[in-house]
Design a protein around this ligand. Structure first.
Ligand SMILES: [Zn+2]
Ligand SMILES: [Zn+2]
Length: 826
């Protein structure tokens, strides 16, 4: 008795029991239960030690998992590691140590800490994506896509980091520099593997309506796909006899096109400039432009630059010859990499026309006098009657839109079209530490997929991990040289590896059947567990990872091996933890090491604090005082348990004859149950959940000494302590389990979630402040649902208050139920 709260004694005990008894493992038969719940937190990238964001996301996920288990759901909560990737490889380049070694070390550290945090993981399903038993199936999926034409090779201008000697995704290029090393990025033509995600653009867009995701995440997905409707219109360079289709959302402004602009990456630039005398100027401009980021180039306020190509194209609606330019504000990724420029009705084109003194023509009238336009109201973005547009003059522009497209279609010069911002997914990496692409090149047979029975194509052992402009795998001559699976002649292996986003696009399915050696997964398990009921992760993954996982799910459904269209029915995107108002970073020196806090305060304190910081979807600032506050709260709960352990056992406290403080405390416990349950049902209101348990513990302290005297009173305090333990268990599982065991016996996680007694809820009392002329004069207790006149009666009845009313006239009575009564006197 009377021991102080010492998590280092409590926590290992329960961790050992959960490990020994495999408590959180769930068999696949559980998925047959209509009440199955697949709760999944995004798998971590194992590098070094887990950081504070990991502690947050796994604490949040665990709270949900525990709550759902106790309301009777069969919860699957697995764990794995996104284990391929650059940090381990760069470490290998520096040290010569195999990336597997540092990766496995990091994994061991993550495993140990997750256990020390008491996260309720089904460890029987664990894997790393770098294990051949996993990537064998990543390769199998690649081949499924290949067979269906969804994986293909093409020459592509790629962003290339000459320092890292690797291709970079657009997202890895920040302001024209490599995200990893800061080196200036170059553009290079390389034959690359792509996944045809653009075939799924409409489905990826439409199916967003079928899932419960935060609206801002859906918006990010929609913008990334970037669907726009318009027309494809063909302009012709007569001198060279080349057609240039452009995509436009505004075919109604075609008569206003006064020049034509091509992206610097456009493959025809050199050919067009050749022989015009502009070659040198064009080449210099293109080289410079390619090193700017897409964001920079797309910036509407950026000063417009460009150079003439010395050629013209014919505008198909009026036969006019308009000059061609190359300019960086046109992106190859958008549409066809060329645009018709309509300076009278488009801001960017207007700025360019002004800078280059090109004609600006108005073809839609309108009286929108918005500031920032010139004296003629240009560029004019609005609707109105057509002008300067031949036979369409006088018609409304929306009506003319359809007619112009129809006319162009008749002439064979255009058609309605849909354009997407989404590009095919470049999956080739010239790196070592990834899943090899299972393709063989044969002189006779060309590209040949590696047959299933030869999978996995395992990574060869090599000495030098540093890339030299080609994949390090190319150096493994014995590995590269192979036999053609088709004709048996000597052939060579593909030496590119896959983007690590491929690995994480299907891991949630492999958890369902992780040791299957015959298939990627068992169809029945997938049918019953999927979709993931609750997916949880950082908002930084709101675009790419989620888009790719959705694409894989749809593609694999088309292959016939999955029967869901969406992988994640619900998504929770958590906010960041900052410190001193800034994002944590090693260079700023403001990081918080979870291990340090767990060691000092215990995992329960660290987890509870992190869930108490505020609504978890928002960013929150770390404060040591906050950690200490939560630690004090758990210590108080612990001492309460110590005190009541020997009191009030075996007495029924639901007896209706309780009154006074006992009844008030019992009611408080039921109020807490009700509040916590409702907040869990609403989602992730963990800060208010924990606050309610704190209130309950405070009330227990307030009443306990007066209640210990009689058995029922003592039993009420005991009930309050056990209830607090039960409710805090999802956040502080060790302490919750320990107190429950000592007060109630048995295991709290096997207890059904408590239910509030409605009869007690209505009689809950609250404390109200009574003011006279806005000054605090007394506090009164009243039933939470007491009507206003009852509250006024109680306020007037207070002696402390009546002193200030004597001889005065009450001119106004303000009642805020649950909070205050203010009497205004004169
Ligand atoms: Zn780099
Ligand atoms: Zn062959």
């Amino acid at each position: 008795m009377d021991e102080r709260y010492d998590p280092s004694k409590i926590e290992p005990k329960w961790q050992k029991l959960w490990a020994d008894e495999h408590t959180w493992e769930v068999p696949n038969e559980a998925a047959l239960d209509a009440n199955k719940s697949y709760v999944l937190v995004m798998l971590p990238y194992p590098s070094g030690e887990p950081h504070i964001g990991h502690l947050k996301v796994y604490s949040v996920g665990d709270a949900i998992a525990h709550y759902r288990r106790r309301i009777g759901q069969k919860v699957l909560n697995p764990m794995g590691y996104d284990a391929f990737g650059l940090p381990a490889e760069n470490h290998a380049i520096k040290t010569g140590q195999h990336p597997r070694v540092s990766t496995d070390e990091a994994i061991a550290s993550f495993q140990r800490q997750f256990r020390e945090w008491g996260i309720s993981i089904d460890w029987s399903r664990e894997f790393g994506t770098h294990e051949p038993r996993y990537y064998r199936w990543t390769q199998w999926i690649f081949l499924q896509l290949y067979e269906r034409g969804l994986a293909y090779r093409k020459d592509a201008a790629v962003k290339w980091c000459p320092n890292d000697q690797t291709v970079l995704a657009n997202e890895q290029v920040i302001d024209g520099r490599c995200e990893r090393c800061g080196h200036e990025v170059e553009v290079k033509q390389l034959e690359q593997w792509f996944f045809r995600i653009t075939d799924y653009a409409d489905r990826l867009l439409d199916d967003l309506d079928t899932i419960e995701w935060p609206e801002h995440v859906k918006t990010m997905q929609r913008n990334w796909i970037g669907r726009s409707e318009g027309a494809e219109v063909t302009f012709t360079c007569e001198e060279l006899g080349i057609d240039y289709p452009v995509f436009t959302t505004r075919p109604d402004t075609l008569f206003g096109a006064t020049f034509f602009v091509m992206a610097p990456e456009h493959p025809d630039i050199e050919r067009l400039a050749a022989g015009t005398g502009h070659e040198a100027e064009v080449r210099a401009y293109v080289n410079r432009a390619l090193n700017e980021s897409a964001e920079e180039r797309g910036d509407i306020d950026k000063e417009k630059t460009g150079v003439p190509l010395g050629r013209t194209v014919t505008n198909p609606v009026n036969g006019e010859q308009i000059p061609m330019f190359v300019a960086d504000y046109v992106l190859m990724e958008y549409g066809t990499g060329a645009i018709m420029a309509v300076p009278g009705h488009d801001e960017r084109d207007y700025a360019f026309a002004k800078a280059f003194d090109l004609p600006i023509r108005r073809v839609i009238e309108g009286s929108d006098e918005e500031s920032g336009r010139d004296e003629e109201g240009l560029p004019y973005p609005g609707d109105g009657p057509m002008t300067g547009s031949g036979r369409f003059d006088g018609k409304g522009n929306r009506e003319a839109y359809a007619e112009i497209v129809a006319w162009l279609a008749e002439e064979g010069r255009g058609e309605t079209a849909v354009n997407y911002r989404l590009r095919d997914w470049l999956v080739s990496r010239q790196r070592y530490w990834g899943a090899p692409i299972p393709i063989v090149y044969c002189e006779q047979c060309g590209m040949v997929p590696v047959p299933d029975e030869q999978l996995p194509v395992e990574l060869p052992e090599i000495d030098d991990y540093a890339p030299q402009g080609k994949s390090p795998l190319a150096a493994a001559e014995d590995w590269v040289a192979t036999e053609c699976p088709k004709c048996g002649e000597p052939a060579r292996r593909e030496t590119d590896t896959m983007d690590t986003f491929v690995d994480s696009s299907w891991y949630f399915v492999r958890y369902l059947d992780p040791s299957n050696t015959e298939a990627a997964w068992d169809a029945t398990a997938a049918t019953h567990w999927l979709p993931v009921d609750q997916y949880i992760g950082g908002v930084e993954h709101a675009i790419l990872h989620l888009m790719y996982a959705r694409f894989f799910t749809k593609a694999l459904a088309d292959v016939g091996v999955l029967d869901v269209q969406e992988p994640f029915a619900n998504l929770f995107a958590q906010g960041m933890i900052t410190r001193d108002g800034a994002k944590m970073s090693k260079s700023r020196g403001n990081t918080v090491s979870p291990a340090e806090y767990v060691e000092r305060y215990g995992a329960d304190t660290a987890r509870t604090y992190i869930c108490f910081m505020g609504p978890p979807e928002r960013d929150a600032d770390w404060a040591d005082e906050g950690v200490e506050g939560v630690n004090r709260f758990l210590s108080r709960l612990w001492r309460l348990c110590e005190e009541v352990e020997g009191r009030g056992a075996g007495v029924d406290v639901t007896a209706p004859e309780l009154d006074g403080d006992a009844r008030a405390l019992l009611a408080k416990a039921h109020w807490a149950i009700d509040k916590v349950t409702r907040d869990f049902q609403r989602g992730f209101q963990f800060n208010t959940v924990i606050a309610a348990v704190m209130e309950l513990v405070n009330d227990a302290y307030r009443f306990k000494d007066g209640l210990y005297g009689d058995p029922e009173g003592a039993a009420t305090v005991r009930f309050a302590a056990a209830t607090a333990a039960s409710l805090i268990f999802p956040f502080a599982p060790h302490l919750g389990a320990e107190i429950w065991e000592r007060l109630q016996g048995g295991r709290v996680w096997e207890q059904p979630w408590p239910e509030a007694d409605p009869a007690l809820l209505s009689s809950e009392t609250v404390t109200l402040v009574v003011q006279v002329n806005g000054k605090l004069r007394d506090r009164i207790e009243a039933a939470a649902d007491a009507p206003k006149d009852e509250l006024l009666r109680l306020a007037h009845a207070s002696e402390k208050v009546s002193r200030f009313l004597d001889g005065k006239e009450v001119v106004k009575e303000i009642v805020v139920p649950g909070k205050l009564v203010n009497l205004v006197v004169r």
